[in-house]
Structure formats: structure tokens, C-alpha cells
Design a protein around this ligand. Structure first.
Ligand code: HEC
Length: 181
């Protein structure tokens, strides 16, 4: 036991308390008057039958399908502004820091021509960008692919993310069907 250890232990404890505090504050902000469901709620509910998990999730009452059914693509376009720093949404558009996102729904993961993806995202390439996968990735890119090159914190509010997904869906010649609520 030495000073160095104490310092590290103190820092770890401090961080843990800070995270708890932030969660608390977030709950206070977002939970009045109508409770919002936080980011991982859907996943948590599926796995544990509705109990809040260790990730700080609340009980989910709405499936992604239900959220998408009432999502607003126009609001989603507003949500998409930060994406434009790195992505183009146009058909046949160029890759920038990130790949062009035209017709991304149901597109095989890490498949856009001419873009050099991280190995982590490439390891998902047998899968597609289903609404579920997009939802997870956009909640927190690093929880989907820990070593992704996409340096974006994520959109934590379920309704805001659903709006964004509804907007991404419109970027297609033939928008894919929404999942059942
Ligand atoms: C700071 C730049 C940056 C921002 C902001 C950003 N992205 Fe990305 N995005 C990237 C990069 C880089 C990749 C490639 C990731 C990899 O290879 O790991 C990527 C990949 C993606 C992919 C996977 C595409 C594919 O072809 O597999 C999707 C979907 C995506 N981003 C959506 C979004 C959305 C939606 C937003 C806004 C909410 C957003 N991104 C904001 C940089 C960014």
C-alpha cells in the first residue's frame, strides 16, 4: 500500500461517484414530468424481462418499432446535423471522414465502396444495418464497436434517436419497411 495506490484508488472512486452523480442529474432532468427511456432500455428489457440492468437502464415500455411508428423524420433531419460534419447523405455522394450514408438502412455493415473502415466495424460485415443495429450504434457507437473510428458520443434520448432513424430511412429510393411495433 503506498501513496500512488491511494491516489489511483481515490481517482477511481471519484470517477465512480461523478458518474453516479451525472446519472442522477440526468434522471432528474429527463424524468419529469413524462419519464423518458434511456439509451439501453430496450436491450435491457429484452435480456432481463424488464428489470433495470447494471448499465443504468430503466424499464423499457416501448419497443423500437413502437418508437419508430411515432417518429418524425422532419425532427430527425434536425438531429442529423451533427452527422453532416463527417457524413454526406446524398445518393452517390462522396465519403468524407465517414462513409456516405445514402440508403444505409439494411445495407451490409462496413460495405460502402471506397471507404476504409476500422477492423472493428469490418468484423460486423456479415450483418446489416437493421433498425436495431443502427439504434444500438447511434446510442453509443463504442458500445456497438469499441474500436470504431466514429468519434461521436451518441444520441441518448430514445425519441430523438427514433426520429433520426426515421429520417435516415427516407434517404433511399425505396425506404425499408418499419419494424413491427
Ligand atoms: C466525427 C465524425 C463523425 C460524426 C460526427 C458521425 N460519424 Fe458516423 N462514422 C464516422 C466514421 C469515421 C465512420 C466509420 C467507422 C468505422 O470504420 O469504424 C462512421 C460510420 C457510420 C456508420 C456505418 C456506415 C457503414 O457504411 O457501415 C453509420 C450508420 C454512421 N456512421 C451514422 C452516423 C450518424 C447517424 C451520425 C450522426 C448522428 C454520425 N454517424 C456522426 C464518423 C462520424
Amino acid at each position: 500500500m503506498n501513496m500512488e495506490f491511494n491516489k489511483i484508488a481515490g481517482a477511481v472512486l471519484g470517477t465512480a461517484l461523478l458518474v453516479l452523480g451525472l446519472n442522477q442529474a440526468k434522471n432528474m432532468i429527463y424524468h419529469a414530468p413524462a419519464p423518458e427511456k434511456p439509451g439501453f432500455a430496450i436491450e435491457v428489457a429484452e435480456k432481463s424481462g424488464g428489470e433495470a440492468g447494471a448499465g443504468g437502464g430503466q424499464v423499457a415500455t416501448e419497443s423500437l418499432g413502437a418508437l419508430l411508428a411515432k417518429a418524425d423524420p422532419a425532427k430527425g433531419q434536425q438531429q442529423s446535423k451533427p452527422c453532416l460534419a463527417c457524413h454526406v447523405f446524398d445518393k452517390g455522394g462522396p465519403n468524407k471522414t465517414g462513409p456516405d450514408l445514402w440508403d444505409v438502412v439494411e445495407r451490409p455493415i462496413a460495405s460502402h465502396e471506397g471507404f476504409t473502415y476500422s477492423d472493428d466495424l469490418k468484423s460486423h460485415s456479415s450483418d446489416k444495418w437493421t433498425f436495431e443495429n443502427l439504434n444500438k450504434f447511434i446510442t453509443n457507437p463504442r458500445s456497438f464497436a469499441p474500436k470504431t473510428k466514429m468519434t461521436f458520443g451518441g444520441i441518448k434520448r430514445d425519441a430523438a434517436r427514433a426520429d433520426l432513424l426515421a429520417y435516415l430511412r427516407t434517404l433511399s429510393d425505396s425506404p425499408k419497411p418499419l419494424p413491427a411495433p
